[in-house]
Design a protein around this ligand. Structure first.
Ligand code: NI
Length: 256
């Protein structure tokens, strides 16, 4: 059974078949899903999803795309939502200099602010980092998240960067792009990473792995990510499933 450590089933692309899809997840081998929030509205929706499905857990937080114009009042709302027993992380938070949907200064400010919130709440963080490696590293180091832990979702950096992150107690999450032909750098990262530092994810509906690349992603395609990791590490898919399950449950403090 798999733990999909990052998905967005609140996304409107699931509106027509969300229920059927989620009802069948267990049969497709998916034991747990962490549904990650991207703003205040989706944070609320994530919490609602956890109430509907016992195998779904949630994070609450504001994605760098959406931080422009948010206020301390929004931090209060996140704090309130985070009190729900199935909210197990703050995220996704971070920096995205590829799209630059929000001004970089605001991205940096709210990344730091939400890490501080996570520390106050004693919750791990789910970090989004795209084309902002240097600034992300600087903030992660300066804020010191070793007491709460965290994960970099859909990791796209080098092994050098991954090495520094795991030394700070941060997990590396591998998504669909590991199955792409040009994933040379990520294959190198997986090859070097200790198995107790890896999480797997789909980021559904995005980042669909081969052989469904280009179509809508869903958590059942997590097996293609696990198969690729098993191939790189010389392990069975079952071993990859077990290890990444243990890791995700440890990070998010899920007991059962
Ligand atoms: Ni995401």
């Amino acid at each position: 059974m798999f733990f999909d450590s990052h998905a967005h089933f609140d996304d409107e692309r699931f509106n027509r078949d969300r229920e059927t899809l989620l009802q069948n997840m267990q049969q497709k081998g998916v034991r747990y899903i962490l549904n990650a929030a991207s703003d205040i509205d989706t944070s609320q929706k994530c919490v609602e999803l956890t109430e509907k499905y016992d195998f779904i857990y949630a994070s609450v937080g504001v994605h760098p795309h959406n931080v422009a114009g948010i206020t301390e009042n929004d931090m209060q709302l996140l704090m309130h939502l985070s009190k729900h027993s199935k909210v197990v992380a703050i995220g996704e938070i971070g920096l995205d200099y590829y799209y630059d949907h929000s001004p970089r200064e605001e991205q940096k400010y709210w990344f730091r602010r939400q890490i501080q919130l996570a520390k106050q709440l004693n919750l791990p963080v789910i970090i989004h980092n795209r084309d902002a490696h240097a600034d992300s590293m600087e903030i992660i180091q300066a804020e010191d998240i070793s007491t709460i832990g965290g994960v970099i979702h859909c990791f796209s950096g080098s092994w050098e960067m991954a090495k520094k992150l795991i030394a700070m107690g941060i997990y590396i999450s591998i998504a669909g792009p590991i199955t792409f032909k040009n994933a040379v750098k990520s294959v190198e990262v997986v090859k070097n990473l200790p198995m107790d530092k890896i999480l797997i994810e789909t980021d559904s509906p995005y980042l669909t792995p081969v052989p469904y690349r280009g179509k809508r992603n869903d958590s059942s395609y997590i097996k293609y990510v696990a198969e690729k990791i098993a191939e790189i590490k010389g392990l069975t898919v079952k071993e990859v499933a077990q290890k990444t399950m243990e890791n995700a449950k440890r990070l998010f403090k899920i007991a059962d």
